[in-house]
Write a protein that binds this ligand. Structure first.
Ligand SMILES: [Zn+2]
Ligand SMILES: [Zn+2]
Length: 230
């Protein structure tokens, strides 16, 4: 019997005939009660076609604003869940308090989402600054991918200083400098490749677009972006 990693409730395993005889049953890490507390992006029909934000219009205002800076690029961002109170609690426990076992909570969902699109595609996690990683002891995005068994390559390095950034006044915080640099050796390998940039959370899009700008210097064929939460 397995237990939910979030609430410790026992998880009943409904076994189908084919699972019993042909497939290895996959151990679930989240119970149906906790899962029901998540807001699934796939459940929402009225959302922005570019970033999944709930929106009555085809494109949300954020994306319209971003497109002014990128008139020749078409963006496709996808997320699995909206950043509701359950998601916030999860991020608090996983990312801030550093409960690394929780990286498994969404491993099946992530694997199912990524598996069909992985052929000829490089998955690149977005790194947090080395200072915040030192505090936590692990990179939260890499660990999510690792727990889901998704192969990724480390291309970006974050040389920004998040603490210094937080102390700046509001105007300076809205226009932070580019924190990412690209590993020089990887540049050639990404040329004409399909890329999926992965982060844990997409809020203003600022981090994602910085990462996008950095990866674009490698001249890939296509860049898509993904975050667990939107
Ligand atoms: Zn649970
Ligand atoms: Zn949007």
């Amino acid at each position: 019997m397995s237990r939910c990693l979030w609430c410790s409730e026992a998880i009943e395993l409904p076994m189908s005939f084919s699972q019993l005889f042909f497939e290895k049953p996959k151990k679930p890490y989240i119970c149906s009660n906790c899962f029901s507390r998540l807001d699934l992006v796939s459940d929402i029909t009225e959302k922005c076609v570019s970033c999944c934000k709930p929106s009555k219009k085809e494109r949300c205002q954020d994306c319209i604003d971003w497109s002014k800076h990128y008139p020749n690029d078409s963006f496709k961002h996808y997320s699995l869940y909206y950043y509701n109170s359950f998601a916030k609690d999860y991020m608090e426990k996983y990312k801030i308090m550093g409960d690394c076992e929780l990286s498994l909570l969404f491993s099946h969902a992530l694997k199912n989402h990524f598996e069909p699109s992985l052929k000829d595609t490089a998955v690149i996690p977005i790194p947090s600054s080395s200072k915040s990683m030192e505090k936590r002891g692990f990179n939260q995005v890499e660990l999510l991918l690792e727990s889901a068994g998704i192969l990724f390559i480390k291309v970006l390095e974050n040389i920004g200083d998040e603490e210094k950034q937080a102390k700046k006044n509001k105007q300076d915080r809205l226009t932070p400098p580019q924190p990412f640099i690209v590993d020089g050796e990887m540049k050639q390998k990404l040329k004409r490749k399909k890329i999926i940039l992965v982060d844990d959370l997409y809020t203003t899009g600022r981090t994602m677009f910085h990462a996008y700008d950095a990866i674009k210097t490698c001249q890939p064929k296509d860049i898509q972006t993904f975050s667990l939460f939107r």
